[in-house]
Design a protein around this ligand. Sequence first.
Ligand SMILES: Cc1cc2nc3c(=O)[nH]c(=O)nc-3n(C[C@H](O)[C@H](O)[C@H](O)COP(=O)(O)O)c2cc1C
Length: 295
Amino acid sequence: MTYSFAGFQLTSPIINAPMPKAWYADGMKLIADQPVGAVVTKSVTLHAREGNESPREYYDAARSLNAVGLANDGVLAHLGYVETLAEYTDKPIIMNVSAFSVAEYAEVFENAMSAPQVDIVEVNLSCPNTEAQVFAENPELIEDVLLALAPIREKYKKPMGIKVNPCTNLAKIRQIVEVLVRHNVDFVTATNTLGNCRLLKPDGEPVIKANGGYGGMAGAAILPLALSTVSLYRKAIDELKSDMAIVGVGGVTTGADVQAHLNAGATVVGMASVIMHEGYDALGRVSKEWEEINA
Ligand SMILES: Cc1cc2nc3c(=O)[nH]c(=O)nc-3n(C[C@H](O)[C@H](O)[C@H](O)COP(=O)(O)O)c2cc1C
């Protein structure tokens, strides 16, 4: 059985989502060893970034909070890591790119698109943990980016998607989907973390030091929010009679959660926090649970 996604036939509808364990080649190889349909990199930017001060990540079984701040080694270094991964696996490789201006999105996108070791590019317009504006919250900014990417897409003709924020406002989602469909975006990834959340220890100290203790929340706690976001995106996409795919991400910690995302309208399903909390084997456990549900 294969699962059709962005022109590729995946061996599973389960994939990882960008997170620090998808940084170096060794980590991405460990992901490829799991029964995933594709491997997704963490977000890479044009130039290397240190990100925010530590501690900047918190995990427990119920939720995660992070303000990593797009730490990475710069796109050229990451293309090297991905080249090593591509020699190791036949699974499609999705490179996630991020930036701070329209011009920078275009430049980093071209770096990724032009690389033979990259099969698909996911454009992260939704990182809530940096000084930059969150492009995905504004349909006009999304369109500005897509207009700048259009000639590059035309040149390299690889599938691309846009990663958006959690949203429960159908009117806003309709506006975003109208832009994405008009620009023939292959998929939308819903969703990134819920920005500017806060968790305090009993003594009143925030659990992360970065960004004044404010960070993006994810993990099991956001499953209902992610399912709502995916369902509303599916509704808006269907209303326009588009076949745009959805990567459902957010709150997945069990096989039943994968099935819930698929039922909500996701084409494939990704996960991040559970891998950070449990380790790479979480992908195998969740896949096995999902297969048992569908046996
Ligand atoms: C520590 C951490 C770092 C993340 N870094 C990125 C990133 O670089 N790019 C991105 O698009 N999403 C990033 N995310 C968001 C995840 O890919 C995912 O969208 C979100 O965490 C919801 O999924 P989850 O509930 O399975 O964690 C990060 C999440 C975590 C927990």
